[in-house]
Design a protein around this ligand. Structure first.
Ligand code: C5P
Length: 316
């Protein structure tokens, strides 16, 4: 008798036998409108998320327990215990699907910690997608995004990627239909991160004292610009309500923003709660020049070029 044929990488248990590798992007907010503080401690948001080509990679292998190791950005600083969002994501999926949370997970980080690029949220999204494939739980993206919402406001977006509208506390995501244009970005990474809750608290303080700029309203202008192919039009519509807070906490970011614009960027904004600054470039060559000038000017730890939109957490 011949043995029953099984597709590559599967055995009698459900899921993959070999390692599952998932790549997940960083996000920037092209528009981050922050509304009032809610009773649950979150702020109502009106945001446009955009996934860019700076990636973390999570590899999941079969194991007898749940364990996480890492290399790259933040190694030695990031706790790898039950408080880590990757571990929390694996537990959340296992609980939802009714399977044992057993996996050996290895994270290769390129997204900086506490940078305003949703690195931790990206890793949680990667863990959901990787463990779903490893354990053969076969959930849809929408089901994974439902679990993701409990892990953090940005996690559902990183399951989908692309460009998307975020409402609620950011967890309610709907895709933005835009022309298939690739935008060119320069990402200026700072030496030391900023805490997201502290940035939101600082914004509340600035607003109470009347020192923060007027809240960003509608996303209409930005969504209109995304339907065109002209980066100069898009540049005029970028905005971030948390920028005043990030600048108050880290005044040197004003020099970074100025240096990017002096180097030829069409616009520069703080990404999310900062301190990373992102610059829109006219094209790929311009992005390379701006990155080189920002690095030479010493206004950031490192400047990287990136493009967007890109897909969310994906196997392969
Ligand atoms: O959702 P997440 O855990 O990523 O949020 C981190 C912190 O950022 C929250 O605890 C809260 O202080 C702040 N936040 C907020 N309003 C949001 C999202 C996050 O105040 N919409």
């Amino acid at each position: 008798m011949t043995e029953a044929w099984r597709p590559d990488g599967e055995d009698e248990r459900r899921g993959a036998v070999g390692p599952v590798r998932v790549r997940v992007p960083a996000k920037v907010n092209l528009h981050l409108g922050v509304g009032p503080l809610r009773r649950d401690g979150y702020h109502e948001l009106n945001t446009v998320y955009h996934a860019i080509s700076i990636y973390d990679e999570l590899t999941a292998r079969r194991g007898d327990t749940l364990a996480l190791t890492m290399e790259g950005e933040g190694t030695g600083e990031l706790a790898l215990d039950d408080t880590n969002l990757v571990i929390r994501a694996a537990h959340a999926l296992a609980g939802y699907a009714g399977v044992l949370p057993h996996a050996r997970l290895h994270l290769r980080k390129q997204i900086p910690l506490a940078g305003g690029l949703a690195g931790g949220s990206a890793d949680a999204a990667a863990a959901l997608v990787a463990c779903d494939a490893l354990w053969g739980t076969g959930l849809s993206r929408d089901e994974l995004a439902g679990i993701a919402a409990d892990l953090g406001s940005d996690v559902p977006f990183l399951i989908y990627g692309g460009t998307a509208l975020g409402t609620g506390r950011g967890e309610a995501v709907s895709p933005v239909l835009a022309r298939p244009t690739s935008w060119h970005w320069v990402v200026a990474i700072a030496d030391v991160g900023l805490s997201t809750p502290t940035a939101y608290r600082e914004l509340d303080r600035l607003r109470d004292s009347g020192a923060a700029g007027a809240p960003l309203g509608s996303t209409d202008a930005l969504l209109g610009a995304l339907r065109q192919r002209d980066p100069r039009v898009l540049a005029r519509t970028l905005g971030n309500d948390l920028q005043d807070a990030a600048l108050a906490m880290r005044p040197a970011l004003a020099d970074t923003l100025k240096a990017g614009e002096a180097a030829g960027a069409l616009a520069g904004i703080v990404s999310g709660s900062g301190p990373t600054c992102v610059f829109l470039a006219a094209d790929a060559a311009s992005a390379e020049r701006i990155a080189a000038e920002l690095t030479a000017a010493g206004v950031c730890r490192e400047a990287r070029v990136a493009h967007g939109p890109v897909a969310g957490a994906r196997v392969g």
